[in-house]
Design a protein around this ligand. Structure first.
Ligand SMILES: C[S@@+](CC[C@H](N)C(=O)[O-])C[C@H]1O[C@@H](n2cnc3c(N)ncnc32)[C@H](O)[C@@H]1O
Length: 252
């Protein structure tokens, strides 16, 4: 396993997002705001099913990948590249689960690195259809990732990955518990999100990094890195987290 200093873009910043709200307010004013900010924030007041349907319809319309590319979405590439640094050898043997997998952008990049054993979870059937046509996943489970136990065995994977899946109305903070359960001890969790998006919803603002720290305190995982990367989405920074999972269960 590569250590932190072999991942040059990972600079291990550990400041909590909640400390940065004022900074974001200033940034939004200076840069003319983030794209579709109101629409992203309004997802918080809708049900998970309504939000998943929005993605489903976006994918059926056929413009999800182009629209996000137009907004400079590089989250899948950055996240998959990080996984490749975590597992420098025997990539074809590493079992990976992609949470909130969407149309398969993370898996496409993982496959370019030589990973072959990749499964997926996402509640959008249209995303599954598009992703499966690309032949990048083995199993693709259509389901929400939240506080419930997924139809996946404990300790089944070497790595869980996710890009862009946390945010208002998407995966709630408590989904991290399921990230921990499906990864075997000694495996890794590598996930990322747009930095400002995590500060938009009450759940992520109050619980996301608090839960991450709580799991460190419980010895559930140890932090490998927390990196702020430029140009993640909407030409704004993202955060890429890497943890080494030590246990399968978290305390309630
Ligand atoms: C911004 S997209 C990211 C998709 C993909 N990872 C990518 O980078 O292109 C967010 C995805 O989260 C999915 N989603 C929404 N709510 C979810 C939930 N509770 N659990 C898992 N995925 C969810 C949506 O269907 C959508 O595919």
């Amino acid at each position: 396993m590569a250590e932190q200093n072999t991942m040059p873009h990972l600079n291990n910043q550990s400041r909590l997002l909640t400390d940065k709200n004022t900074e974001y307010e200033i940034m939004f004013k200076r840069e003319g705001g983030a794209t579709n900010l109101d629409s992203i924030k309004s997802r918080e007041s809708r049900t998970p099913e309504q939000n998943a349907k929005t993605y489903d319809e976006w994918v059926i319309k056929g413009t999800y990948e182009q629209d996000t590319a137009n907004l400079g979405y590089s989250g899948p590439q950055i996240t998959a590249d990080t996984v490749a640094m975590v597992f420098p050898k025997n990539k074809e043997k590493i079992r990976i689960l992609d949470m909130a997998a969407g149309t398969g952008l993370v898996a496409i990049r993982l496959r370019k690195h030589g990973f072959k054993r990749i499964d997926a979870v996402d509640p959008s059937p249209a995303s599954k259809k598009v992703a499966m046509e690309k032949n990048v996943y083995g199993r693709y489970l259509v389901d929400f990732v939240d506080e419930r136990r997924l139809d996946i065995e404990t300790d089944e994977y070497d790595c869980v990955v996710s890009a862009g899946g946390f945010g208002p109305g998407l995966m709630p903070s408590i989904a991290l518990k399921e990230f921990v359960r499906v990864v075997k001890p000694g495996g890794y969790a590598c996930f990322s999100c747009t930095e400002y998006i995590l500060s938009l919803s009450k759940d992520h603002k109050e619980k996301f990094e608090a839960l991450i720290e709580e799991y460190i305190r419980q010895g559930v995982w140890e932090k490998v890195s927390r990196s702020v990367v430029q140009g993640y989405f909407d030409f704004k920074p993202g955060v890429v987290y890497v943890f080494r999972v030590l246990k399968s269960e978290v305390q309630p």
